[in-house]
Design a protein. Structure first.
Ligand SMILES: [Zn+2]
Lengths: 492, 484
């Protein structure tokens, strides 16, 4: 069964709320699907079937009593395994968090629970969200449902693949430099990174605090908007949470793009695959056909974002990951004294990419290098934000590719970190600026793999951006919605 | 400038860490409390659990502003930084502190001696947990194992950094003493140095008299009383001078004061010092107190010790104009330090003897400062009147004051209980007349001017009154009879 054949999250919730179908039946269906394909795909680090079924029964009981369990009633969801879940292992796909059970739920987990959604498990990721393929997971990579010889992208590869495989209609990922949008593009799903501060980070295990943002994966733009409505909004437990209440993203959809000014980021087209450039131009035409004015715009500052990102993100990560020292929780490798124990634990507990970024970050913050690297990168970050803001004075929405290529085969880039880092060339600028962006599957490219088109908006510009995304979605090529490989039960 | 030793001058800068008395910790809702079972006063935030985030405590910010304003600093827009280093008592392996944009900048303290010490900054930061090293030498490197208690982790601190304006161990002590009084007056701290709510580190250097360039400094840690602060600075200065006079040089390092041996020893050199990799804390937003808030905090500040000392001195002087200011300087400091100045000033305003009110305040009341602060002004005034009018002797007045402080009784009740009220003036006159009648020869010698016999007559009166008579009143009565 492909995601196309399955009901959307909105349809699931409507069926459960009306009593037409039980939440339990949807969860069972989801678990059956997982049982069939998971050995191949490895989307999950842990499947919480028992808890999910118990929660489904609670929801069904509530419906039976005439209560409304919420806008996501009975919708099976999957949570990236860097989101804290009370009493359920949260590993960041790292050996260093072995055995740790969080004593609390992340704010997004609480909100989804309150909205009636039911988590079926914790999804695989690149260790501590550092990577673009899930090949950096300590527990082995996830596979792309479109072609199991290819990566699902990363770092939220498990969450993207879980939606693409039809396990769940919705999942959560986190996006620090493209970790939602890039795997969404690779797996042919919608992936949305909200404005920094729109969704609480409380309970998201930090990679780079000033860049991290939680967001949804869905099969449709409408479902992504539905999930965003449930998780967005101020949280007093996160000081960087914006003091805004979420808009009615879903209600704004369908208003079309008549009169919108759309800018095609020309800098993003020069290095992208030819098929990807064609897809972006096709999406732009769809917007034009919908009544938007479309123009090309050069924003050369955006091309400096990647370099700045690889100074800022590792710097913050080197500090955020210091606490994994073997003293309080997780892995401990015994040694004669505490400093040696710290070192032995971290040596054994972290994988090579995490170590590489900790070393990079430690170096750029060191005495004598701070100004040349970290402070300089922050200046570039400001320039990127200013360049975006100039563009948004002229345009309501920007459009470009999500990635330079479609999903690549396993092993293609794992030994070449710089090549791997380039996967995020077009997604990183929005993180540096704190702006929202969404990847929408639009066409098929090399190897009949999906191509994602990225729509970018200014801070808190989600509503307009999602309207444009829906117009692009409506024009997407046949065959883009849902991989065929898994539905035939075999890998290509 | 005074010399610490012939040909040598001392320069000291002090860093004082002050725990704030806010109800909760700096970044979470845990109680800011002590003495609880280890690791019970903690939550995901102050334990630095993965995914947790800090939220700044507004009261702690206000306390920091109070301290800054009391120290004549400017309150500035400020941000937090992370100070990164590995140590098991730091849950996150970084400390959230303020670095180059602190909340309070550029103030000063005026010591009772009149010396002014500059304050470079007074910034907010979180405290660490507490480590106990078990077995071995009790230090982390040779312990069999170590235990960590995170109850203190995240408690708000203000670190007050002085300029290197202190030139003697006495001034260092006076600075900390004055700072402590100010901190207590603001209500932000309990000022208890022995219990660790006030912790002092000293940057000590020496230089040849008359030279201007500062010598290489050493940071001395682990002094837990004013006395050990003075001793540590003296020792460290002498050590550096001896080193330099022998042709050696001072190495910049952190040194540990050992209270038992009275010496300092090297903890770590500058080369071994941590590279803290400071960078702005991305999980917190900047603090930008509005002008209205700063004004409100400034206006709500109670009078500071220097102002209160001035007020007390003026009150004493108005009641006792011929008082020797120098002689009562210590009493003034003590009374203000213990917060008894309000009582003394009120008593003087109600007509009490100024000199006496101050003396009883600085001595008897000072031994029970909490009771003294709660004492009714009328009771204190009544007692002082009884003493100054001669109805109570000085010894009796002291006993009565001690009794009313201890029991909360009125002076009359205490006097009755102590049996001091048996002899009123009329009764005493009758007794004195009886003694004169019974000892005609001695009386004759007294009338002729033999002073020695006065003691005999007084002794007879005391014997008959079982020591309850006021000696001064007896002497007055005898003189009165002689002149008649
Ligand atoms: Zn706490």
């Amino acid at each position: 069964m492909t995601p196309l054949d399955r009901p959307s999250a909105a349809e699931v919730a409507a069926a459960v709320r009306s009593g037409e179908r039980s939440a339990r039946s949807f969860i069972e269906e989801s678990l059956t699907q997982i049982g069939r394909d998971e050995a191949t795909l490895h989307c999950f680090n842990e499947i919480t079937a028992e808890q999910a079924l118990a929660r489904a029964e609670e929801i069904d009981a509530a419906v039976a009593k005439g209560e409304d369990p919420g806008p996501l009633a009975g919708v099976p969801i999957a949570l990236k395994d860097n989101l804290c879940t009370r009493g359920i292992a949260t590993t960041c796909s790292s050996k260093i968090l072995e055995g740790w059970l969080p004593p609390y739920d992340a704010t997004v987990v609480q909100r989804l629970h309150q909205a009636g959604a039911i988590s079926v498990g914790k999804t695989n990721l690149d260790e501590f969200a550092m990577g673009s393929s899930t090949e950096n997971s300590a527990f082995g990579p996830s596979r792309n449902p479109w072609d199991t010889g290819r990566v699902p992208g990363g770092s939220s590869g498990g969450s993207a693949a879980a939606v693409a495989a039809g396990y769940v209609p919705l999942s959560l990922g986190s996006d620090t430099g493209g970790s939602i949008r890039q795997p969404a593009a690779f797996c042919g799903t919608v992936g949305l990174k909200p404005t920094y501060g729109l969704v609480s980070r409380f309970g998201l295990i930090a990679f780079a605090s000033s860049l991290d943002q939680i967001g949804p994966f869905a099969n449709t733009v409408a479902d992504a908007a539905l999930m965003l409505e449930s998780i967005a909004g101020h949280d007093p437990r996160d000081s960087t949470s914006l003091p805004t209440q979420p808009s009615a993203y879903l209600a704004a959809l369908g208003e079309g793009v008549e009169g919108l000014r759309v800018g095609v980021i020309s800098d993003f087209l020069t290095d992208a695959d030819a098929t990807i450039e064609v897809a972006v131009r096709g999406a732009a035409e769809a917007l034009c056909a919908g009544g938007a004015t479309v123009e090309e715009v050069a924003i050369p500052e955006l091309m400096n974002a990647l370099a700045a990102y690889y100074l800022i993100a590792p710097a913050e990560a080197s500090s955020n990951l210091s606490r994994y020292d073997g003293v309080r929780y997780g892995l401990r490798v015994d040694a004669p004294d505490v400093a040696k124990m710290n070192a032995a634990t971290r040596q054994a507990g972290f994988g090579p990419e995490v170590k590489r970024r900790i070393m990079l970050g430690t170096y750029v913050l060191s005495a004598g290098y701070y100004d040349a690297y970290y402070a300089q990168a922050q200046r570039v970050r400001t320039l990127v934000a200013e360049a975006f803001n100039r563009a948004y004075a002229q345009f309501d929405v920007l459009i470009g590719p999500t990635t330079p290529t479609v999903a690549f085969p396993f092993g293609a880039k794992v030994d070449d970190p710089l090549a791997m880092y380039l996967s995020d060339l077009y997604t990183i600028p929005s993180n540096l600026a704190g702006h929202p962006a969404v990847s929408v599957p639009f066409a098929l490219g090399e190897g009949a793999m999906p191509i994602g088109v990225q729509l970018l908006g200014p801070a808190l510009g989600e509503s307009v951006m999602l309207r444009a995304a829906q117009v692009v979605e409506a024009a997407q090529a046949t065959g883009v919605r849902g991989p065929v490989a898994m539905s035939e039960g075999s890998a290509r | 400038m005074t010399e610490i030793a012939p040909g040598w001058e001392l320069t000291v800068g002090l860093e004082v860490h002050c725990e704030l008395q806010s109800a909760t910790k700096l970044f979470c809702g845990c109680a800011n409390a002590f003495g609880q079972t280890p690791n019970t006063n903690v939550c995901p935030v102050c334990l630095g659990l993965p995914g947790s985030l800090p939220v700044l405590n507004r009261t702690a910010v206000e306390f920091a502003m109070r301290i800054g304003l009391a120290l004549n600093c400017h309150v500035e827009p400020s941000i937090f930084h992370r100070k990164n280093y590995f140590y098991p008592d730091m849950p996150k392996d970084y400390q959230v502190s303020q670095y180059d944009e602190p909340i309070n900048l550029d103030g000063y303290i005026e010591l009772p001696s009149g010396t002014r010490v500059g304050i470079e900054r007074a910034h907010l930061e979180e405290d660490t947990g507490k480590t106990s090293h078990m077995g071995g030498g009790g230090r982390i490197h040779d312990a069999d194992y170590s235990l960590v208690d995170y109850n203190r982790a995240g408690v708000p601190l203000v670190e007050i950094v002085s300029r290197p304006d202190i030139t003697s161990p006495e001034d260092a002590r006076a600075y900390v003493s004055e700072l402590r009084s100010i901190l207590v007056a603001t209500g932000a701290s309990d000022g208890r140095m022995e219990e660790g709510s006030l912790r002092v580190d000293a940057n000590v250097s020496v230089r040849r008299s008359g030279t201007t360039e500062l010598g290489t400094r050493c940071e001395v840690k682990n002094m837990n009383s004013l006395r050990s602060l003075g001793r540590a600075i003296e020792y460290e200065a002498a050590r550096q001078i001896e080193l330099l006079e022998d042709g050696g040089r001072v190495v910049q390092e952190t040194r540990h004061w050992n209270e038992n041996t009275g010496t300092t020893s090297s903890m770590r050199s500058k080369e071994e010092a941590f590279d803290y990799r400071y960078f702005p804390e991305p999980d917190l937003v900047s603090i930008a107190p509005s002008a209205e808030w700063v004004t409100a905090v400034r206006e709500a500040l109670p009078p500071m010790p220097s102002e209160r000392r001035g007020k007390l001195l003026a009150a004493v002087r108005s009641a006792s104009p011929d008082v020797d200011e120098h002689a009562i300087a210590d009493q003034i400091v003590t009374v203000v330090d213990l917060g008894i100045d309000a009582l003394v000033v009120a008593a003087i305003a109600a007509g009490a003897d100024g000199r006496l009110a101050l003396a009883r305040g600085a001595n008897e009341a000072a031994s029970r400062p909490e009771d003294a602060r709660a004492l009714k002004v009328e009771s204190f005034v009544e007692l002082l009147h009884l003493e100054s009018s001669g109805k109570l002797s000085a010894t009796q007045a002291k006993s009565v004051l001690a009794a009313i402080l201890e029991s909360g009784a009125t002076p009359a009740e205490a006097i009755a209980k102590l049996g001091f009220e048996g002899v009123d003036d009329a009764a005493l006159a009758v007794i004195v007349d009886g003694i004169i009648g019974a000892n005609p020869q001695e009386w004759q010698r007294f009338v002729e001017g033999d002073e020695k016999v006065a003691q005999f007559l007084l002794g007879q009166v005391m014997k008959q009154t079982k020591g309850q008579a006021n000696g001064r009143v007896v002497a007055e009565l005898l003189a009165l009879r002689k002149g008649a």
